[in-house]
Structures are given as C-alpha cells and as structure tokens.
Design a protein around this ligand. Structure first.
Ligand code: UDX
Ligand code: ADP
Length: 461
C-alpha cells in the first residue's frame, strides 16, 4: 500500500510542467508527483541545483518537495503505468509544414503522448491537458484513448496554465483563478472534483472555476489574445505619440486609471514575445478560418501583424537615426530574453532585431544576465558578426549604440556616464522598454530614442 493518496504524473518537464508540478508537490505532500521528459539533460538538471530554467523562487519550491513526493525521471512508460492523474505538458508549437502551416498547432508531440498513454496505462486515469491546445483537442485525445480499450476508463480534462514566466511561482501560489473544464456527465463531474481536490490544498474554492471542456480550452486562447491585443493597441499609439507631442506613458496612465480599462499590460514596447501570445493568436485565427469566420480571423491576425510592424519599425528607426547606415558599427543589444526575469528567448523581439541588424552588416554584441546560452542556440545558424558579453560595461566598449530589448532591472541601475565614456561618439541609446532616465542620459551626451515619446538629440538639423 502506497503512503500516498494518489500519484500524479506530468509528461513534459518544461517551463509549464516543471514549475506547476513543483508547486503541486510542495502544497500536496499526500500526493506523489512524478515528472517525466524524454530529454535526459533536462531531467538531470531538474535533479540538480542548477535547474534547466531560470525562474525566481523556483529552486526553493523544488527543494521543499524533491525526494519527498516530487521525483524527476526519463522513464515515461513506468510513470504512466503507476499514475492516477496524468498532466500532459508537452510542447505544441506552431505547425511549420503542410496544412495550416504558420498558424495551426503542431500536435505531433501531443498525439504521440496520447498513444503512449494508451499503450502503458494499467488502471482508470484522468488525463489533464496542461499545454495550450486548439479547441476540441480533448475530444480527439478521448477518442484515441477510448477506442478499442476495455482495459481502463479515462476522462480528459482541460486545465490551462495561466502562469507568466518570471513570476511563475507567485502566479502558481496565488492564482487569479484555476480553470478546469470537463465533460458534463457524472464521470466528467467526478474527474473535475478529483482535480479540484488537488488545487483546494492551497487555492480558495471560489477561485476554482469549472466549465465544459470547450469553454476551458477556448478561454486560454482568448485570455492570451486579449492580453496581446492590449500590447499591440498601446504599441500603435506609441507610433502616433512619436509623431506628435504626446507621451505614451502619460497616455497609458490616463487611460489606465479608468477602472473599466485598468492599468496593466499598457507598457509600450519593442513588441511582445514569448512562447504563447503569437502561437495562441494564430491558433485562434486558424480556428476562425476553419469555422468559416474570415472577418473574425482577420481581426485577431492584425494583433500579430501590428507586433511584427512594431519590431521592424524600431530597427528601421535605429538605422535611419544612425545616418542611414550601421555597416561595421558596433551595437550593444541590452537584453535578449523576451521579458525580464527569464532566460527564455522564444519569439523574443531581440532575435528578429539582431537578424535585421546583421543583414545591415552591423557588428552586434549581445548582453543579457540570463539568456546568453539560449541566444547562442537561437543564433547558431545566423551569419554575421555576433559576440556575447554578460558585462554591460564591456559590451558597450566602442559601441556606437545601445538598444534595450528587455526590461531587466540591471539595466536601469548602470552607471551610464561610465558607459558613455567608453562608447564611440556620437553615442545612441534606443530604449525599447522605456526603462532608463532619458533626460539624464541626454544630459550625459547620449542621443536618446524612447518608444512613444519625443527623442532627445544633440544634433541641430
Ligand atoms: C503569457 C500570459 O501572460 C500567461 O498567462 C500565459 O500562461 C502565457 O503567456 P508570458 O508569455 O510568460 O505569459 O509573458 P507576459 O508577461 O504575458 O508577456 C508577454 C510579452 O508581452 C512579453 O514580451 C512582454 O515583454 C510583453 N509585454 C507585456 C509588453 O510589451 N507590454 C506590456 O504591457 C506587457
Ligand atoms: P512549455 O513552455 O509548454 O512548458 P517546453 O518546450 O518548455 O514547453 O516543454 C515541453 C517538454 O515536453 C520538453 O522538455 C520536451 O522534451 C517534452 N516532451 C515532448 N514530447 C514528449 C514526450 N512524448 N514524452 C515526454 N516528454 C516530451
């Protein structure tokens, strides 16, 4: 007889699976939590103190439970055989081939997992979709698992994860809500209750929302689409502010204090990145096209198009401002992660900017407190003069320009006089996150180009 009430398995030890399971294990000592992944290196890292992802507070949470009721391994088959509840948290990137290429979700890893579960399960199970998946994927999972299967019963639930990287532990510990979708049948209701029991160890019952499966799956796509839409909306206004005397920070504050609008996600930037926003919107677009709603598809697709435009606009502005050429000019890229407090570089605006600058034959040096290893992987096949330097003072030596792509607090606290002194002059600062003191930098001697507000330059036409 096991000392644990139930065994939870998570397939996929990535940015979502790893932190989520660490939190469940820390909060539910009476459940055994087993996290498996095909990637041996990743699992070895989860077993060490050098975790495979950078996330503030994660190591402490892992340490609470690791070896007690939290275990990591590569033995997926054995994990499935033992599990009562299986979270599927494998990657579902945008499909890059065949039908739906560039928009639909690539479900190959997910379907392989479904078949593996069917092959190895030995008792009745609940399968929980954690990865963001298109609407009605749970149904397909259920079909695969139920067909010609008299050996065990299965219920598939949708339980999307809303954590944001960089704040994963805070979001998991104190979520705005937990969403659980399931079938509207007695067996579906029981499965939902079994998962509610897990979350109720630390989340108030009134924050646990239960819906039908399709509402839950769709809500995840819609939440990300609405958030991304706010960023694209304020980014369009940043362009208008740069043409007028309005200041996007002042506009954001003025509209954000309207309680109907709210103040969050109104920071104009060099564009949104991350593994979710673009992928989920494109998924929504594909769904709308599939269901014969081209106007709805076009409406949401524009959010992604505006983001591409904002990214390119920023780099074009850099080139134009630097006298229309960056050939052989050293440009220090401050921040390669898609946001602060993560080493994740998926869909980072910095990646696209660096590619564009290399095409213009600039000499690019990348500086980031956490993301250099991922930047090196991302840029491995890209031709051009690229180097990496974790120390911002060294990265700026001889540089004609600094371009800030990530809002790391490290970059706010630098001695910019010292930096200015080692740069080539005229020195340019392109602040893609509006995080440095523009007036102070201008007074030091920089020509400063913020997002969505007037530039401060020393040139007279
Ligand atoms: C997002 C969702 O927030 C989360 O709920 C979901 O589970 C996964 O996708 P994440 O991608 O980790 O999380 O980051 P998020 O904080 O949402 O930021 C996404 C991008 O938008 C980042 O590149 C960020 O820098 C950018 N952003 C965000 C802005 O440019 N301006 C803002 O005001 C807010
Ligand atoms: P996310 O950001 O959604 O967590 P990641 O790419 O960080 O995505 O993590 C997904 C993980 O799933 C990867 O570590 C990958 O190796 C793992 N994975 C993919 N397919 C399988 C599979 N069939 N069995 C086990 N692990 C898998």
């Amino acid at each position: 007889m096991s000392e644990f009430k139930k065994t939870i398995l998570c397939i996929g030890a990535g940015y979502v699976g790893g932190p989520t399971m660490a939190m469940i294990a820390a909060k539910c000592p009476n459940y055994k939590v087993h996290v498996v992944d095909l990637n041996e290196e990743r699992i070895a890292a989860w077993q060490s103190d050098d975790l495979p992802i950078y996330e503030p507070g994660l190591l402490d949470t892992v340490k609470v439970a690791r070896g007690r009721n939290l275990f990591f391994s590569t033995n997926v088959d054995a994990g499935i055989a033992e599990a009562d509840i299986i979270f599927v948290s494998v990657n579902t990137p945008t499909k890059m081939f065949g039908r739906g290429a560039g928009k639909a979700a690539d479900l190959q890893y997910w379907e392989k997992t479904a078949r593996q579960i069917k092959r190895c399960a030995t008792k009745d199970i609940i399968v929980v979709e954690k990865s963001t998946l298109p609407v009605r994927t749970a149904e397909a999972m259920e079909r695969i698992l139920r067909e010609e299967n008299d050996d065990f019963k299965v219920e598939v639930l949708s339980n999307p994860e809303f954590l944001a990287e960089g704040t994963a532990i805070r979001d998991l510990e104190n979520p705005d809500r937990v969403l659980i979708g399931g079938r509207e049948t007695p067996a579906g209701a029981q499965a939902i209750q079994d998962l509610v029991d897990v979350y109720e160890h630390w989340v108030d019952s009134d924050k646990i929302l239960t819906t039908n499966t399709w509402s839950s799956e769709l809500s995840k796509l819609v939440a990300n689409a609405f958030l991304a839409q706010r960023v694209s909306s304020i980014n369009t206004i940043s362009a208008l502010c740069e043409k007028t005397e309005a200041n996007v920070k002042e506009v954001a504050r003025a509209i954000g204090t309207d309680s109907r609008i709210g103040s969050r996600f109104l920071y104009a930037s060099v564009g949104f990145g991350g593994s979710c926003f673009q992928k989920d919107i494109l998924n929504l677009v594909y769904l709308c096209e599939h269901f014969g709603l081209p106007e709805v598809a076009a409406y949401w697709e524009q959010v992604v198009e505006v983001n591409n435009w904002q990214r390119t606009r920023f780099v074009n502005n850099m080139i134009t401002s630097m006298f229309n050429t960056v050939v052989d000019k050293k440009i220090a890229i401050f921040g390669f992660a898609f946001k602060a407090d993560t080493g994740d570089t998926r869909e980072s605006p910095a990646f696209y900017a660096v590619k564009q600058l290399l095409e213009e034959r600039a000499n690019v040096v990348i500086c980031d407190p956490q993301a250099i290893p991922n930047a090196q992987i991302d840029l491995a096949g890209v031709k051009g003069n690229i180097s990496y330097e974790a120390d911002p003072y060294k990265a700026a030596e001889g540089a004609a320009a600094i371009a800030i792509f990530t809002e790391w607090s490290d970059f706010k606290e630098l001695d910019y006089q010292k930096i200015y002194d080692v740069m080539s002059h005229p020195a340019f600062m392109f602040d893609g996150r509006n995080i440095v003191d523009h007036q102070a930098l201008y007074e030091i001697g920089f020509n400063v180009y913020p997002i969505g507000m007037s530039k401060k330059v020393h040139f007279t036409k």
